[in-house]
Design a protein around this ligand. Sequence first.
Ligand SMILES: O=C(O)CCC(=O)C(=O)O
Ligand SMILES: [Fe+2]
Length: 437
Amino acid sequence: MLQALRGSAVRFGTVNGVLQRLLAVSQQHQTARSLQQSEGLQHAVDKLAKTPWPSQPWAVGSSRRLQTDARLPLERLQEAITPEVCAELNAKGYAVVDGVFGPISAHRLELELMHVHQAGLMHLNHTHLVAKGETQLLAKSQVMEAELTLEAAVREAAPLVAQLDADRRLATMLNLFLPQLRLDSAAIKMQHNEGGGGCFPMHFDSDELLDGRRVTAIFYLNQHWKPSHGGQLRLYPFPAPPVDIDPLQDRLVLFATTRMLHRVLPSRAPRSCFTIWLSEGRSKAAGVAPKPLLPPPDSGQPSEALWRFLMQPAVRQHVCKLAYADEWERSILESHPACEATEGALDKHRQEVAAISKALSKFQPGLGQLLSAAAVLDAASRASQAAATAGEGEGSASSSSSSSSGDAAGCVSGPTEEQLQEAVALLQQVAAHVKWF
Ligand SMILES: O=C(O)CCC(=O)C(=O)O
Ligand SMILES: [Fe+2]
């Protein structure tokens, strides 16, 4: 059974992956070739990297006194963003890169973050709740943050991270190998989780109509991280199964800002990272009109038309909420202190789930089959994880143990081989309709 699961996990995404990869690779080759012809790829990238950001308001008049001689090896970051990494990001919605700056620089970055924390420059992170037209802020108990890009005092206290802030290589490489992106600004947030269970509830980082953020890049700084510390980043590349990523020192995780549902599991030890949000131009983002929905299929019977409809971004985000309704609820409870505002957040979540369920009921029985298949894969993941827990090494990015809602009855001790194969086949078919960017 375990082997069957591993096999399916590997096979999963091949249909989707191969097509998207082929497309991505042909685009990369075109872009790379044309640049090489004109002035040499390396030279072009270097030249771009040295050009100041034209549209960064914070670059004007802001203090950039760097009080250190240490230099962040930014050329290593450039080398880390390969065509393969970008193809992976495009095909799966996320990519993991290890050994980005090397352990010495990664450690220096951690020291800077601790310095910012100790200098009192961090504030509590809040979940933003929009209810009845008003935004309510719900504090997370143990998670502290500082907006480096927006605050000169933070940049001065963290000169190495400020070097990253002033550099544009990351965006340039992503634009180069994912030509559908037009990233032209970035913002860095530093984060320190004090441990003691600090975590983030399930969320998407942004919405296409809200702002221009398209790629989230998180760089982890935790030299002594162990599985018993928890605090993994859990991604939900639905309909592919959830994936847990260990927050290891010098690891960069990239994912699709508006389309990748994610959370941070409770951390039992202090945990640090910084997040870079890479954005497309404001004018483009602000001027974007909502895309009209595809015409709904004639019936809710399973069909390519139904999967295409359910997997378009505006609908898929709601289907994700249904698929993970229970875990979503638990993640809200785990991330916030027990109080009225948390109760309010739970109420809002339940109302949304009920409304989505009702609105999408016309897409039954296909939707139910999709959610059941996701639950089957999830149950298999849980069974596999339970069996392998002790033996698993550190530093892995593995299929996770979340719990989907949907009809998983009878699957708690792991589905049968046949159920699993059927579920994987369906999910692969549906996944072919997901576009990450
Ligand atoms: O700390 C992490 O791994 C992710 C944090 C996160 O999701 C966020 O800041 O939006
Ligand atoms: Fe996030």
